[in-house]
Design a protein around this ligand. Structure first.
Ligand code: SF4
Length: 388
């Protein structure tokens, strides 16, 4: 493959303990850390050899990247910087949990290429943090923000909303606090009950339940209040004070650009150069043991843990609908026509009509965009617009 521009996502699957709502691929078994760090370098070497990419973004997600030993992080930063061609304005993000931030980590970040931090605060209320099984306190989160701000001003804070006990007042106060702290970007995720989690078990036993009407109310308050405070909702769950703080890496997913993946459980996608319709997916198995075995002890191309396959035209089209609808730019029909068969686009326009008529979608400059009320039903509308 010719050299091509892409983001790089690295999945770091270690956590202190499993949060009861989390469905990500993680392990709490630290005995794999050393081997993981070695195998990761092998997979990155493979990606360099296989794709010869130019990196636009580097994203260390998880899991808890800040849980890795500092020597491993340091080695990883050096390896990536020395091995790959990297754009001079590349965004380097690391996800950090407040309880991991100490003088040593701060000093490492200060001397690293990292220029954006995604901080797993989740809530500024201790009661919520306990409910979510988090190990940090609200005070720790605030102190962490104070420590990080002078080093890396581009901070994004993750919050979770829609908790059973949460009030609209709490949402409003949280957003006001973010603005007062001059946090330029936050991601607000709705609490969902995933089957394979402790909350999933509790829901099946009727110990826990979620009131979807109340969640919809909280979402509406979140959207209105963040707008009043000057945050731009550029994606359903993502808000920034200015365009320059939009997550460059996550935009690659939402705008169907290229992302290569490394680490167990990580997903990547790309469009082959000169083949606008050929969208590829690369998925690593959610099994750290097999992933380490493959990358440490077998030779290229490691087919047993990294599945690589093209999407069908229909699958790619549906992905574009799903992603596009979540963004403030919506789905651009003119672009769709240049990439997909004409009948896909005409069917989409016909399906969209009822949502336009009922005020859930707008057609603006040839783009289908969710209205404020439409955002409440984003998943339903996307599913209705996709090709079955
Ligand atoms: S929510 Fe974050 S810290 Fe908790 S288990 Fe999942 S990845 Fe780990």
């Amino acid at each position: 493959m010719d050299s091509f521009e892409t983001g790089l996502y690295i999945h770091i699957p270690f956590c202190r303990r499993k949060c009861p709502y989390c469905d990500f691929y993680i392990t709490t078994n630290g005995k794999w850390i050393d081997q993981y760090c070695s195998a990761l370098i092998k997979e990155l070497a493979y990606l360099k050899h296989r794709f010869n990419p130019i990196l636009k973004t580097v994203y260390l997600g998880g899991g808890t990247p800040s849980f890795l030993p500092l020597s491993c992080l340091e080695n990883l930063f050096s390896y990536i910087s020395e091995t790959f061609e990297i754009n001079s304005n590349a965004e380097w993000t690391i996800e950090i949990n407040p309880e991991d931030v100490n003088t040593e980590l701060i000093s490492l970040l200060k001397n690293s290429p990292i220029n954006r931090v995604s901080l797993g605060v989740q809530s500024f209320y201790d009661e919520d943090l306990r409910f979510l099984g988090r190990t940090h306190s609200s005070r720790e989160a605030l102190l962490t923000i104070e420590k990080l701000k002078p080093i890396i001003p581009n901070i994004s804070v993750d919050i979770i909303y829609g908790l059973p006990s949460q009030s609209s007042r709490e949402i409003i106060q949280t957003l006001e606090l973010l603005k007062n702290l001059e946090i330029p970007h936050f991601s607000a995720y709705l609490l969902t009950i995933e089957y394979r989690t402790l909350f999933g078990v509790m829901a099946r036993q009727s110990i826990l339940s979620i009131d979807e009407n109340k969640q919809a109310e909280l979402f509406t308050i979140l959207v209105e209040k963040s707008e009043n405070l000057g945050y731009i909702q550029y994606e359903i769950s993502n808000f920034a004070l200015e365009k320059s703080f939009f997550s460059k890496h996550n935009l690659l997913y939402w705008l169907n650009d290229n992302v290569l993946n490394a680490g167990p459980g990580a997903h990547g996608s790309w469009t082959a150069p000169n083949l606008a319709l050929m969208r590829w997916r690369r998925i690593n198995r959610r099994n750290i043991y097999l992933w380490i075995e493959a990358y440490m002890h077998t030779t290229f191309p490691f087919p047993s843990v990294s599945y690589e396959f093209p999407l069908s035209t229909k699958e790619f089209f549906n992905e574009v609908i799903l992603n596009g609808l979540r963004t403030m730019w919506g789905i651009n029909l003119l672009w769709l026509k240049t990439v997909f068969p004409e009948r896909y686009v005409s069917d989409l326009v016909a399906q969209a009509k009822e949502f336009i008529d009922s005020g859930f979608l707008s057609l603006c400059n040839e783009s289908l965009i969710l209205t404020r009320s439409g955002k409440l039903y984003a998943d339903y509308i996307a599913a209705s617009l996709m090709i079955p």
